[in-house]
Ligand binder design. Structure first.
Ligand SMILES: [Zn+2]
Ligand SMILES: [Zn+2]
Length: 271
């Protein structure tokens, strides 16, 4: 049994054939999938899908890309809380994805696509709201971090004292060994995606992550493994990450599958 801890089945890319995608995942042994939210509307959609399908769970959150669209932080906090509390059967298992993203993409919602000090400030305020909601509801965090290592750690440190850190995952991990150590010291798990099939930096880093802290994710529809990188990714491809890690780490595929599944169940309290 495998768990895809980060898959955007709530995105339009999956609308035409969602049930077939879930079926293919199940056939490949991926029997549990967590759908993160990236705004309020698709967080709601994630909850609806989780309530509809067995083995599907939701996370509620707003991606830092959307920070500029937030008008009222207090209202946003209330909405996030309400979404989590309204879900049936404990189907909301985490807060996220949330975090900071300082990478300058070609097309963003920010003026001239620039990450200005003002944009950083907005992202930080929005991330802080997520940290507070996670703390209040005692839910783990799904953290999105791109080129914002120091500010992420600062914000985590400001909200949680050492030893008191909420568990969570740094999804689609990127960073150097020093940052990895700081993430592990705070009790977080590390999410590995299929970009490990082509990112040499990540391949080196993966060898430094204790197996007990690893969880697997596809981030589908993005991050399709080699050699099909132009195609839509699917949750069934967790299996490819397992096989790749098994070779890279010289551990059996069964051991990778078993341990990462136990980790994900423990982190997100999945039965
Ligand atoms: Zn992300
Ligand atoms: Zn994502």
């Amino acid at each position: 049994m495998l768990i895809d801890t980060h898959c955007h089945l709530n995105f339009q890319a999956f609308e035409p054939d969602l049930e077939a995608v879930i079926k293919r995942a199940q056939t490949a042994g991926v029997t549990k999938i967590i759908i993160p939210g990236s705004d309020l509307t698709n967080s709601q959609k994630a909850i609806e899908l989780a309530e509809k399908y067995a083995g599907i769970y939701a996370a509620v959150g707003i991606h830092p890309h959307h920070a500029i669209q937030i008008q009222n932080l207090e209202k946003t906090r209330q909405k996030l809380l309400h979404l989590c509390e309204s879900a049936l059967d404990r189907k909301v298992v985490a807060i996220g994805e949330c975090g900071l993203d300082y990478h300058e993409y070609q097309i963003t919602k920010y003026p001239e696509n620039k990450i200005t000090p003002k944009v950083k400030q907005l992202q930080k305020k929005l991330f802080k709201v997520h940290l507070q909601v996670a703390k209040k509801l005692k839910l783990p965090l799904i953290i999105h971090n791109r080129q914002a290592h120091d500010d992420i750690l600062k914000l985590l440190n400001s909200q949680f004292s050492i030893g008191q850190f909420p568990k969570g995952v740094f999804h689609c991990f990127s960073g150097n060994q020093a940052f990895l150590r700081q993430v592990l010291e705070r009790g977080f798990y590390v999410g590995i995606d299929a970009n490990i099939t082509y990112s040499h930096g990540l391949q080196g880093l993966a060898k430094k992550i204790p197996l007990e802290r690893l969880v697997l994710e596809t981030d589908a529809p993005f991050l399709t493994p080699q050699p099909n990188r132009s195609q839509r990714n699917e949750p069934k491809n967790v299996k490819i990450i397992v096989q790749y890690l098994a070779e890279l780490l010289n551990v059996s595929a069964e051991k990778i599958a078993q341990t990462t599944t136990i980790n994900a169940r423990r982190l997100f309290k999945l039965c």
